[in-house]
Write a protein that binds this ligand. Structure first.
Ligand SMILES: [Cu+2]
Length: 167
């Protein structure tokens, strides 16, 4: 038996709506970008199943207006930090970097910079959200992480070491 046209239309409309919603959810905030093809010799972005290692990086409130210490805030302004601030990853091993923004009302971001100070990516870390990407570093060396909103304290480093199998 054929289905009524109206039910087909509504299913199609629902499908289109679901697609629009998922596209909107996947769209990064304005100004955000992940590593591009031009830097593929240095770093690539993998799909989420590819991760062979992962690390959770917290946004830690060290001294903030709401809870102090007020003398510290007065002297240094609000101080946040990435925790851990130093991450060690293996070259050529897809690694999920999971950033947890623990603050209910503060945005952070993370900018990744290569050893020659080229900016590879910049992503917003919305309040109370995990922002995760699977990245593979193809070069050994010291990369740097910055939250551009809370400098100089909210900074970190990614040390890329030889593949585990080579040790
Ligand atoms: Cu920050």
């Amino acid at each position: 038996m054929r289905k009524p046209l109206a039910s087909c239309l509504s299913r199609a409309a629902l499908g289109a709506l679901a697609l629009a919603v998922s596209v909107a959810a996947a769209e990064p905030p304005r100004g955000d970008y992940l590593p591009e093809n031009a830097s593929a010799a240095t770093i690539t972005v993998e799909n989420s199943d590819a991760a062979a290692a992962e690390v959770v990086i917290l946004t830690q409130a060290v001294a903030i207006r709401e809870t102090g210490p007020q003398q510290t805030v007065k002297r240094f302004g609000e101080v946040y930090a990435f925790s851990p601030a130093t991450i060690i990853v293996h070259r050529d091993e897809p690694t999920r970097l999971r950033f947890w923004n623990l603050q209910p009302d503060d945005k952070h971001d993370v900018m990744l910079v290569d050893p020659e100070w080229n900016v590879l990516m910049k992503v917003t870390l919305p309040p109370l959200r995990e922002t995760a990407h699977v990245l593979t570093f193809h070069r050994e060396g010291l990369f740097r992480l910055y939250c551009t909103m809370h400098q100089p304290a909210m900074s970190g480093q990614v040390l890329v070491v030889p593949p585990a199998a080579a040790n």
